[in-house]
Design a protein around this ligand. Sequence first.
Ligand SMILES: *Cc1c(COP(=O)(O)O)cnc(C)c1O
Length: 415
Amino acid sequence: MSEKYYFECIDCNVGYPGGNIIYLCPVCSKDNQPGAPPRGVLKTIYDYPGISAKTHSDNLFQVLEQDDFMSLLPLTDRKYWPNMRIGGTPLYKMGGRTADNFDVYLKDDSQNPTFSFKDRASALVSAWARENGIQTLVAASTGNAGSSLAGICASQGQQAMIVVPAAAPLAKLTQILMYGATLIPVKGTYDDAFDLSVQISEKYGYYNRNTAFNPLTIEGKKTVSFEIYSQLRQHVPDRIFIPVGDGVIYSGVCKGFEDLLKLGIIDRMPVLVAVQAEGSSNLIKNLESKSFISTPSNTIADSISVDVPRCFYMTARYMNEYAGEAVSVSDKEILAASLLLSRSAGIFSEPAAVAAYAGMLKYRDLGLFPAGSKNVVLLTGSGLKDLSAVQSSIRIPAAVEPDIAAVENFVNTRF
Ligand SMILES: *Cc1c(COP(=O)(O)O)cnc(C)c1O
């Protein structure tokens, strides 16, 4: 039991006490079917009036920040947090736009310990496990969640078991093994890996980190919102572009700002733009539909290649409640944006992250940014995680003889 927080089912609104292992709402998840998004995802609720009442400072946000937002995390003590720099990633204002009258900021979350946004969720799940004396964790992953959990667990002295579809990119598989986790490649899809990991956690009692299934994944991801608000000197940005696969990052970012709204720290929500790859837009395509129809995914952006978004209902509800927007981008647009981002900002992101940047470019080119607006792009993972995705965009030159004449010849034929 925890006095500090409880879980609420987004479908039936029934509350469950914090401090216990619980994944989906047992009532609402009973009839979940493979091929359909799960019902019964849980939202973490805090004692907002109690938190507000604790301080007399006129800057509640600053007070919460000084304590690393422990009041808004489901932990009793910071000592369980990994001894690594989780989050705290840079927010860069894009330069060279003297003609533009709006601002674009890049939040570079590839600067996390395992080079993706997923560390925010893994850190919280791992800390919670430590606090509760759990030694082994399991996750299904297309790559980043697994490599993240493996790395964070290594730093915490915990065991990790990672179940992945066999086709995951080499760099992510390499990370998982280098961090010493048990890697279980599955002949099947992410959905097969997901179901298998749930069976593993049920059979062996391992704590499951699966995205959206474990409600703490959403709580961990929300921390980026507090950082963005802080880095913008306590201003709410106008739009945030978020790459969406399962929708947990989207829901997490929304939850972070919603916490601030409930505390009266902010008085309006940013517009959150869900960006999906055209070849994997099952979340966007089903927003208006009565019953969920999944189209098989096909995109170079493997981290957002999702047939059945695990956080569909929470994301859809948030989009509805806070006027969220959506845009999809083609693989061609992602590849072009990847070069542009690398060459204009010096940030090499993996295709899923670049999708968010491509979505921002689409808005910009349509003239959708009001004067004076602040627009943030979440760059969620490093380009080094998937080198093969961009090989068609570049050509590594043949070697030249090590003399200046050969170099001269090379340069002349090139330019
Ligand atoms: C997981 C991931 C996403 C998408 O997050 P969801 O919560 O599945 O929507 C985007 N970018 C990267 C790099 C990721 O690893």
